[in-house]
Design a protein around this ligand. Structure first.
Ligand SMILES: *Cc1c(COP(=O)(O)O)cnc(C)c1O
Length: 400
């Protein structure tokens, strides 16, 4: 018989009752170090006092009013995002997929309003993940996810990740923009070359295309800078964000330059829940922490510490791991084909550590931004034990 909760996920048999900082406890009292952060989402860890207090106070005042009225919390959050980024204007929504839908619509509208409605196609990349709605699935382009859902939404052309010649070859008079994750998250924690990102910016300028970055997973400090594209020294024309920006409260955003945003006039795009008082209060509380003096510098420091430890760990376990990839606190341990990321994830759970699997047989390590070096040590020790357990028995290293 089908479970009452629709079985769209293979869930681990763990139910968490409470959390504090980087730790969570199951309902039967077991403690786990959370280096998955609910898929790179609980950026401040669990039960962060400032976030909890802000949400509780706002919930007791007013939770939802709709966008028929002014929402001061959203106005404040938008102004802060504008001050801290390339953007001139921000649209708030509820999820990453919804942010990407808004971003894709914004790109299409820009060209239509500039007299080129024929320019509606986006160049996207193999290995991408942009969400599960019909358009973002088409942008994702993964056959496995598209199967059974009818003809994919038209307007997305895929080229190999990092291949500039393929990008140039894919540009046609119908091309509207280029959509890319600075680090492919679900696709295997694969960072784009910084030079490649620079070249994408240049080709967009050359052909009048919009550069649309999906920073749903990489944004809000995860890379050690507020936005991952800052590492490349470039600015997009439009960007989507979600996951970490609400610290666990559902919140998405489309950040855009004025030339793009100005065409999204009343009636062109909308959302009932998006940008409500509660979600935007959460967003402001997250920003209070992330933009505080020295916070991102500390994220960068602890990320480099984690990175060094992961590289040493990979070197110690050559029969399990091939190497380390990613950026900041989004680190992928690339596993050898003999060891599946599912097995590794389960082995980490047995050692009291939560992680997330990613594509290309990668174990994704995405701790909350508030972790300490001591907690990194604890996680590294757990992964080390998991690697030892999973070392193939027949391996020459063990035979000798
Ligand atoms: C998670 C993710 C999405 C989808 O976000 P949802 O909130 O699940 O809709 C889109 N793009 C990227 C890069 C993501 O990591």
């Amino acid at each position: 018989m089908i479970p009452a909760l629709m079985p769209t996920y293979n869930r681990a048999d763990l139910a968490f009752e409470r959390g504090e900082g980087a730790y969570v406890w199951t309902d039967d009292g077991r403690r786990f170090l959370d280096f998955g952060s609910g898929i790179a989402t609980t950026s401040l860890g669990h039960a962060h006092p400032h976030l909890v207090k802000t949400i509780a106070e706002q919930a007791a005042k007013v939770m939802h009013v709709s966008n028929l009225y002014r929402v001061p919390q959203a106005e404040k959050l938008a102004a802060r995002h504008v001050a801290a980024s390339f953007a001139d204007s921000v649209f708030f929504c509820n999820s990453g997929a919804e942010a990407n839908e808004g971003m894709i619509k914004a790109v299409r509208k820009y060209h239509a309003e500039n007299g080129h409605p024929e320019k509606f196609r986006m160049i996207c990349f193999e290995g991408a993940f942009h969400g599960r709605t019909l358009a973002t699935l088409a942008a994702t382009g993964n056959e496995k996810y598209l199967a059974g859902f009818g003809p994919p939404v038209d307007g997305f052309d895929h080229v190999p990740f990092g291949n500039m010649n393929a990008v140039r070859d894919a540009i046609t008079p119908a091309t509207a923009g280029i959509m890319i994750e600075p680090i492919q998250g679900e696709g295997g924690v694969r960072p784009a070359d910084l030079r490649f990102l620079k070249e994408l910016r240049a080709v967009c300028d050359e052909f009048g295309l919009l550069l649309a970055l999906d920073e749903v997973q990489t944004g809000m400090g995860r890379s050690g800078k507020l936005w991952a594209h800052e590492w490349a020294g470039i600015e997009p024309d439009v960007m989507s964000s979600a996951k970490g920006i609400g610290g666990g409260f559902p919140l998405g955003a489309v950040l855009a330059r004025e030339k793009v945003a100005k065409h999204l006039k009343p009636g062109t795009h909308g959302t009932t829940y998006g940008g409500g008082p509660l979600a935007c209060s959460a967003g402001n509380a997250v920003l209070d922490v992330v933009l505080a003096d020295g916070f991102l510098a500390q994220v960068d420091r602890v990320a480099r510490y984690l990175w060094k430890g992961m590289e040493a760990l990979a070197a110690r376990h050559p029969h399990v791991a091939e190497g380390v990839q990613g950026a900041g606190l989004l680190v992928g341990l690339k596993l050898r084909p003999e060891v599946s990321n599912g097995e590794m994830q389960a082995a980490c759970v047995a050692e009291g550590l939560l992680t997330v699997a990613a594509g290309m047989n990668v174990l994704r390590v995405a701790p909350p931004l508030i972790i300490t070096e001591a907690q990194v040590d604890e996680a590294l020790a757990a992964i080390d034990r998991a690697c030892t357990k999973l070392t193939p028995a027949k391996s020459p290293a063990l035979a000798k």
